[in-house]
Design a protein. Structure first.
Length: 277
């Protein structure tokens, strides 16, 4: 039916165009009728009764668009915007439906965030610190990956620090530097805990490389306790980096000795690990 009306209208409009006087009169009539409908709609829009104003306004634009290109462009643009809005509404409805199902089988998307400095490796086991930087889902996913390669992982809940290695450093041979909240963690009771004084807590962020411990300079008590374990100690000045919470483990990259690079010479020519700062 709609197609037939369009065909009939085009035939009649073609016949009118063949007569210039009638064509001009027709365009004027369409302009007057459409213009009056648009004006009437604009007047009714502020009325407390919703609906009639906008309906009349859009009908007026539709009438004008049959003869005037500018009105046709406006209505085409508005139809496109309405179509896109409808598509967005449909997508939003489907998205909400996925998360608000009437039964208990709700779908929840949880993003995992594991962070490098929240990990501490002890042999084939990884301790994962859960904090504002590494969440429980990130830890779960990481443990699943480790298990695929024959390794294990466990979660340590952090209460006062963001990174696990802010207050811990494993020096091999079951020796573990610790300070603050980590001194009382049950997960570390089986280690030989070496307490770092609270006023030297920054020194707990150090690394073990090929039997040598690299630590920040300026912490004599911590240095003495590490040296008492039999480790050679190298001190590096990290005072500027500390201003931005940067530590030795944060700024070091360890690699097998066959990898080229300039770093601290720890005698890796015979095999071992190099470190690059």
């Amino acid at each position: 039916m709609r197609l037939r009306l369009k065909v009939w209208h085009r035939k009649q409009r073609y016949a009118i165009r063949q007569q210039p006087a009638m064509n001009s009169a027709y365009r004027v009539a369409v302009g007057v009728v459409g213009g009056l409908m648009v004006l009437a709609g604009m007047v009714m829009i502020p009325l407390p009764i919703p609906g009639p104003g906008w309906v009349t306004f859009f009908l007026g634009l539709g009438v004008l668009s049959t003869e005037f290109a500018w009105a046709h462009r406006i209505t085409t643009f508005m139809r496109t915007m309405l179509r896109r809005a409808g598509q967005l509404t449909t997508r939003a409805t489907a998205y909400v439906a996925a998360f608000e199902m009437p039964d208990t089988r709700k779908t929840t998307l949880v993003v995992g965030f594991p962070e490098q400095h929240g990990l501490m490796m002890v042999g084939d086991h990884y301790y994962i610190g859960c904090s504002a930087r590494t969440n429980a889902e990130g830890a779960r996913q990481l443990i699943a990956i480790l298990e695929r390669y024959g390794m294990t992982g466990s979660v340590v809940t952090l209460e006062k620090v963001l990174h696990l290695k802010t207050g811990l450093a494993y020096l091999e041979n079951n020796n573990l530097l610790a300070c603050g909240e980590f001194l009382d963690k049950p997960e570390f009771r089986h280690f030989n805990l070496v307490e770092i004084p609270e006023d030297e807590s920054y020194a707990a962020n150090c690394i073990w490389v090929n039997g040598t411990v690299i630590m920040p300079a300026g912490y004599p008590v911590s240095r003495g306790r590490i040296a008492a374990l039999g480790y050679p100690v190298i001190e590096v000045d990290t005072s500027e980096f500390r201003k931005l919470d940067g530590g030795v483990s944060c700024m070091s990259l360890r690699f097998p000795d066959e990898q080229p690079g300039d770093g601290v010479d720890l005698g890796t020519a015979g095999g071992g690990t190099g470190v690059l700062f």
